[in-house]
Design a protein around this ligand. Structure first.
Ligand code: AHN
Ligand code: ZN
Length: 324
């Protein structure tokens, strides 16, 4: 289904009219013109996105160096190819802060690959190896329904939606980072996190994009996505663009303007190393502690996921892409 939204812009045209009867006299007149830009964008199917989140969760925790991780990554690639994207896989190795060598894959899928102006949409697809904030068992594995699978679900649904509708005017690249979540909780070195985006930002060849949007924990009921600090520092215009798009199409209650400070996430490396301005649509809960009480606990399962939140995020991102 296609939605159309009138984007009304007021343009003030100062026109100088030179009176024909006299070459010395000038009469100035100001005109106001209303121009309407129609943004035609496809609706976002939250049932389908939810099914993709479930599909990832059903593989089991996507912990690097496990068969569950490998199978879940293969499924992402398979779906992206099914939806007609040009897929490329960046395989690499990285060593974690606690000395484990990981075999990782960043997965990139391109739509409209010859378009010069490109928008980069990213998420991470791995799961943290332990529920380190779980009070009962901080060594337990967990589903990572919100932390990992939700972003994958929304991006796969965006891929499916693009393939089923008219191509946006811009190129769209979907980037699934691996190895985001093996970091040291409360550690002083932010580089223990985001191994996939660190590698990609240093080894992206000539790739660039107009701007980027990162999705991280985008499925929880009543989620709030604030003005995260690095997004504000490096990509303020994009924050304004995305957050105002959300309010325009009725999702303003999710996209709030609180400022929680700067949070290390994949967008940090995309901004600082790759020099592509990228904002983070990131779950932040000022009441329950930074990322919500499910975060890095065994509570992060499908019970956390609400289709309305997936829809708010997916539809906002689609609107932004189709408005370019
Ligand atoms: C910090 O915990 C400082 N950054 C990690 C961001 C994150 C973890 N997103 C998902 N899991
Ligand atoms: Zn995490």
């Amino acid at each position: 289904m296609i939605k159309t939204l009138k984007h009304i812009t007021l343009i003030f045209i100062a026109s100088t009219i030179i009176a024909s009867c006299s070459d010395s006299e000038k009469e100035e007149k100001q005109q106001m013109v209303v121009s309407e830009k129609m943004v035609v964008f496809p609706t976002f199917n939250a049932d389908s996105a939810y099914a993709f989140v479930q599909e990832q969760v059903d593989f089991g925790p996507r912990i690097p160096n496990t068969s569950e991780h490998e199978a879940a990554g293969d499924k992402i690639i398979d779906r992206l190819e099914t939806y007609g994207a040009k897929v490329s896989v960046q395989a690499f190795e990285a060593t974690t802060y606690n000395g484990v060598n990981l075999k990782l894959r960043n997965i990139m899928a391109s739509f409209n690959p010859t378009a010069k102006k490109r928008i980069l949409l990213a998420t991470h697809w791995d799961t943290r190896p332990w529920a380190s904030k779980d009070v009962l068992d901080p060594t337990a594995k967990f589903d990572g329904a919100n932390d990992g699978a939700s972003g994958v679900g929304v991006l796969l649904e965006i891929a499916r939606t693009i393939s089923a509708n008219k191509m946006p005017a811009v190129g769209v690249d979907l980037l699934f980072f691996d190895g985001e979540d093996w970091g040291k909780e409360n550690g002083s070195n932010p580089d223990t996190w985001c191994l996939g985006s660190q590698y990609w930002a240093k080894n992206k060849g000539g790739y660039t994009a107009y701007y980027g949007i990162l999705l991280d924990m985008v499925g929880a009921k009543d989620a709030q996505f604030p003005f995260e600090g690095y997004s504000h520092q490096y990509a303020k215009k994009i924050l304004d663009k995305v957050w105002s798009a959300a309010s325009k199409i009725g999702h303003g209650r999710y996209f709030v303007t609180t400022k929680p400070g700067s949070i290390t996430d994949d967008h940090y490396h995309v901004n600082v190393t790759a020099k592509i301005p990228m904002v983070d649509i990131l779950h932040y809960d000022p009441v329950n502690g930074y990322f919500g009480d499910f975060h890095h606990t065994t509570k992060d399962n499908m019970d956390v996921i609400d289709k309305r939140t997936l829809k708010a995020v997916g539809e906002t991102v689609l609107y932004v892409v189709y408005a370019e």
